[in-house]
Design a protein around this ligand. Structure first.
Ligand code: ATP
Length: 333
């Protein structure tokens, strides 16, 4: 197991600064998810931990030790890539064994390790197949197994589920949570998908343009976003935000926290409008509500309202968020 620290880390590619003066501690044994929009610097952070791209300035520490001069193979980390990077001409067994052979691990020990790790990730029936004869999810498991045989103290994963369909992604999310529990190793996982971040992480690090916007547990990230960016990145559809009409202050509420009604509900903050669109999602219905130029999304358990109907959105006062002109959330005192 291992903790990871970034101390005043900056990274520039030629003249463009991608990460500037970043400080972050990733706890030993945590499942930390780096999340943020495309190009915000998540992969760059991961590659700095792996030693694949050195930082321009500052230090990266693994278990308290500065690893700047330590080669990638000596850092005790294993990386799982989005495209899995499997050897197509080798069988599953050979793919998993490859790193062990290189490290001169003996045959008996290799066979034992491959057997036990393939059992952990459910690959035993496929050991003699080539990658082309596997499903996306099975290939993903081979990539994980190949990382696991190295017994790393840190797993680095870069969008490992993005090539899978929605159903398999959901299943693999659960498998990764289980695997993390079983191994107890530090996982650092990169994604732009907030659902993956919310469902798997014990700590989410939310980034935008190379800057950490918020570091929090999923629950706190959802309930106590530190700024407008966090409020609108986490949650689907994103938080509704609108001007309050005073001094640049904005207010916001989550689509699932507004109650619709034909008449305003007493004791609530109420916004009126008309229903512009209606989408049936199954157990819930998603309404788009317009008021002049402004539009709001409301997710409701009720599907009885129809398009063009006049409607009220009622929000409990303590479900309201306020943001200052610079986007910081104004905390209630
Ligand atoms: P995505 O979700 O799209 O993978 P990301 O958050 O992982 O994005 P990075 O890959 O870390 O983003 O890239 C951050 C920024 O650094 C981007 O603007 C990218 O264009 C730039 N960048 C990354 N690698 C290089 C490189 N080798 N040379 C020049 N610029 C680079």
């Amino acid at each position: 197991m291992a903790s990871i620290e970034f101390v005043n880390v900056s990274k520039a590619f030629e003249k463009s600064i991608v990460i500037s003066n970043l400080n972050l501690t990733i706890q030993d044994g945590s499942f930390t998810v780096l999340v943020g929009p495309s190009g915000c610097g998540k992969t760059t952070l991961l590659r700095m931990i792996a030693g694949l791209d050195p930082q321009t300035s500052g230090s990266v520490l693994i278990n308290g030790k500065d690893v700047t001069r330590i080669a990638p193979g000596q850092r005790g980390v294993a990386m799982v890539f989005q495209n899995y990077a499997l050897y197509p001409t080798m069988t599953v067994r050979e793919n998993i064994e490859f790193g062990l052979k290189n490290n001169k691990v003996g045959k008996v020990q290799r066979t034992d390790l491959v057997e036990s790790i393939s059992a952990t990730v459910g690959l035993q029936p496929y050991l003699d197949r080539k990658p082309s004869m596997l499903s996306g999810g099975q290939r993903q498991r081979v990539a994980l197994a190949r990382a696991m045989v190295k017994k790393p103290s840190v797993f680095l994963m870069d969008e490992p589920l993005s090539n899978l369909d929605a159903k398999l992604r959901a299943q693999m999310r659960l498998e990764l949570i289980e695997l993390h529990k079983k191994l107890g190793t530090t996982f650092v996982y990169v994604t732009h998908d907030q659902v993956e971040a919310m469902s798997m992480a014990d700590t989410i690090v939310l980034m935008n343009q190379g800057i950490i916007q918020q570091e929090a547990a999923p629950d706190a990230m959802y309930h106590k976003p530190s700024n407008l960016f966090a409020a609108q990145f986490i949650g689907n559809p994103p938080m509704n935000v609108s001007d309050l009409g005073v001094d640049g202050v904005k207010f916001g509420f989550r689509p699932e926290k507004a109650e619709l009604s034909a008449h305003p509900i007493d004791g609530h903050f109420t916004v009126s409008g008309y229903i512009a669109t209606r989408e049936m999602l199954g157990s819930e219905t998603l309404y788009q509500i317009r008021q002049g130029e402004q539009s709001y999304m409301v997710k409701s358990m009720e599907n009885k309202y129809s398009v063009d109907q006049e409607i009220y959105m009622n929000v409990d006062a303590h479900r309201l968020y306020f943001f200052s002109e610079n986007g910081e959330r104004i905390e209630e005192s």
